[in-house]
Design a protein around this ligand. Structure first.
Ligand code: PHE
Length: 448
C-alpha cells in the first residue's frame, strides 16, 4: 500500500493557536476558578503556576519532541521507539475517552447557557441555583445540548488538521481572548472587587495540605493537555523547522494567562456581590449567572458573552481530545479520517449520555462509589494524567536516547536550546520524583 502523506499544520501561528486552543478550555474557565476557590485561593494558584511552568512546560517540550521525532500519534510514538512502552500510549487513548466522557456534557451546558441567558434564566437571581440543578439532572435537555456540542467537534475534526482544527482554532481562540478580557474588565471595575483580587494574588498558606499539591498538579496536567498524548499528537503534525521549546513556552504562557484572566473575570465579581468562592463545579454556572442577573439588562449581554467564551474554549479543547483518538485509528488501524472520527465520536456520545444521566435519573449507578460523571472526572484529573505524565518523563529521560532528544530539540543543531541540560535533568530526575512525592502526599492526605 502506498504510504499516505502525513497531514501538517499550515503555519506556525496556526499551530500555536491550535495547541493553545487545546490547552485553554474548561480547565481554565470552569475548573481552575472552582479548584482555586475550594482549595484556599491564592496559595493553590501559586503552587499551580510553579507546577505549570516547571513540570508542565518541560513535559510539553518532551511531548512535542516525541511526536515530531516519530511523526506518529500517542500509541505509535511510544511503540516505534520501544515496543514495551506501547501501553503508555494506550493509556493515553483511554484517558482521552475518559475525559471525553464528561467534557462534552459540560460543553453542552455552556452552549445551553448562551441561549438560556436570553430566555429568562437571569430574570430571577434567586432561582438560578435551582435552575442549574434541575437542568443538569433532567433526562433529555442536557443530552440534546451535548449532542449538538459533539456534532460540532465531529464536523471540525473530520475536516482534518489544517482545514479543520487549525482553521477553527485560528478564529475561535482570538475571539475567546477578546470576550474574556471584556468580562474581566467589567468584573475588576465593580465596586468591592478588591477583595476578589486579593483572594487571587495574596497567598494564604494556612489551608495548604498534601491534597492541595495533588490538586494543583492534576490541574496543571489537565489544563495544559498533558500526560495523555495530546501534545504528542499535535507535535506529530509539526514540520522539522519549528522551534519546539519556544512554541511550548508560548502555549504554556497563553494557557496561564487565560487562567488568570478567568480568575479576574470571576472572583472580583464573586466578592463584589458577596457570593461564595467555594461553590465547586457549579461556580461558573450558578454564581456567575447570579452576578449577571444582578447587573440588569447589561448583565444579559455579559452573560451571553461569557458563555460563548466558555463554549469556544471547550470546543477548541475537545477537538484535540477527539483528534487523539482519531489519529490513533488513522496511524495504527489504517482507517480513513472521516470513518475514524465517526467511530470515536459515537463512542463518546454513549459515554457522554451515561455521565450526563449519572447526575439525574441514573444517580444510583456507581463505579467505585461515584457516578459516571465524577468517575471520569476524578479518575482522569487526579490519577490518569499524573501517571501518564510520570510515564512520559521516565520514557523520555531513560528510554529515548539523549542525543536524539538534543537533535530533535535543536532541529539537528540548526537552532539553539541553551537550557537543554536543565530540561533533560528535570525530565530525567526531578519530575519523576516530584510527581511521585506529590501523588503519595495526596493519597496520604485523602486517607486522613
Ligand atoms: N486542556 C483542556 C482544558 O483545560 C483539557 C484537555 C485535557 C484537553 C487533556 C486535551 C487533553 O480544558
Amino acid at each position: 500500500m502506498e504510504k499516505r502523506q502525513r497531514e501538517s499544520w499550515g503555519s506556525r501561528i496556526g499551530f500555536i493557536l491550535a495547541a493553545a486552543g487545546s490547552a485553554i478550555g474548561l480547565g481554565n474557565i470552569w475548573r481552575f476558578p472552582y479548584m482555586a476557590g475550594s482549595n484556599g485561593g491564592s496559595a493553590f494558584i501559586l503552587i499551580y503556576f510553579v507546577f505549570a511552568l516547571v513540570i508542565g512546560l518541560s513535559i510539553m517540550i518532551a511531548e512535542f519532541a516525541i511526536g515530531r521525532r516519530t511523526g506518529l500519534a500517542a500509541v505509535g510514538a511510544y511503540k516505534s521507539i520501544n515496543k514495551n512502552w506501547t501501553f503508555a500510549g494506550v493509556l493515553g487513548i483511554l484517558t482521552a475517552f475518559f475525559i471525553m466522557g464528561f467534557y462534552p456534557v459540560v460543553g453542552g451546558w455552556a452552549l445551553a447557557y448562551v441561549v438560556k441567558s436570553v430566555t429568562g434564566l437571569l430574570s430571577n437571581a434567586g432561582s438560578i441555583a435551582d435552575a442549574f440543578g434541575g437542568f443538569i439532572s433532567s433526562p433529555v435537555e442536557p443530552l440534546i445540548w451535548m449532542g449538538i456540542f459533539l456534532a460540532m467537534n465531529i464536523f471540525i475534526v473530520a475536516r482534518g488538521i489544517a482545514g479543520g482544527i487549525e482553521k477553527a482554532s485560528s478564529i475561535l481562540l482570538p475571539t475567546l481572548f477578546v470576550l474574556l478580557i471584556l468580562i474581566a474588565l467589567r468584573s475588576i471595575t465593580l465596586p468591592g472587587a478588591g477583595a476578589g483580587i486579593e483572594f487571587l494574588f495574596k497567598p494564604d498558606f494556612s489551608a495548604v495540605t498534601g491534597q492541595t499539591f495533588l490538586a494543583a498538579l492534576g490541574q496543571a496536567f489537565f489544563s495544559l493537555s498533558l500526560g495523555m498524548g495530546c501534545m504528542i499528537t499535535y507535535g506529530s503534525y509539526l514540520s522539522k523547522s519549528k522551534n519546539l521549546p519556544s512554541n511550548a513556552l508560548i502555549v504554556t504562557l497563553m494557557d496561564t494567562i487565560v487562567a488568570i484572566l478567568a480568575g479576574l473575570a470571576i472572583f472580583p465579581a464573586v466578592f463584589a456581590y458577596g457570593m461564595e468562592p467555594t461553590a465547586g463545579p457549579g461556580l461558573v454556572f450558578v454564581v456567575v449567572p447570579t452576578i449577571f442577573a444582578e447587573m440588569g439588562a447589561l448583565g444579559i449581554l455579559f452573560s451571553v458573552i461569557f458563555f460563548i467564551a466558555l463554549t469556544v474554549a471547550a470546543l477548541t479543547s475537545s477537538i484535540s481530545l477527539l483528534e487523539v483518538v482519531t489519529a490513533y485509528l488513522i496511524d495504527e488501524r489504517g482507517m480513513e479520517r472521516k470513518k475514524a472520527v465517526y467511530i470515536s465520536g459515537t463512542i463518546m456520545l454513549v459515554t457522554g449520555i451515561f455521565s450526563s444521566l449519572s447526575l439525574g435519573v441514573m444517580s444510583d449507578v456507581k463505579f467505585l462509589g461515584v457516578g459516571a460523571f465524577d468517575f471520569f472526572d476524578i479518575l482522569t484529573d487526579k490519577i490518569f494524567l499524573a501517571i501518564g505524565g510520570l510515564l512520559l518523563a521516565i520514557f523520555v529521560g531513560w528510554v529515548v536516547k539523549k542525543e536524539d532528544l538534543e537533535d530533535e530539540l535543536t532541529n539537528g543543531g540548526t537552532i539553539k536550546f541553551p537550557l537543554f541540560n536543565v530540561w533533560y535533568n528535570l525530565i530525567k530526575y526531578v519530575i519523576p520524583v516530584a510527581i511521585s512525592i506529590v501523588a503519595i502526599m495526596g493519597i496520604i492526605s485523602i486517607e486522613q
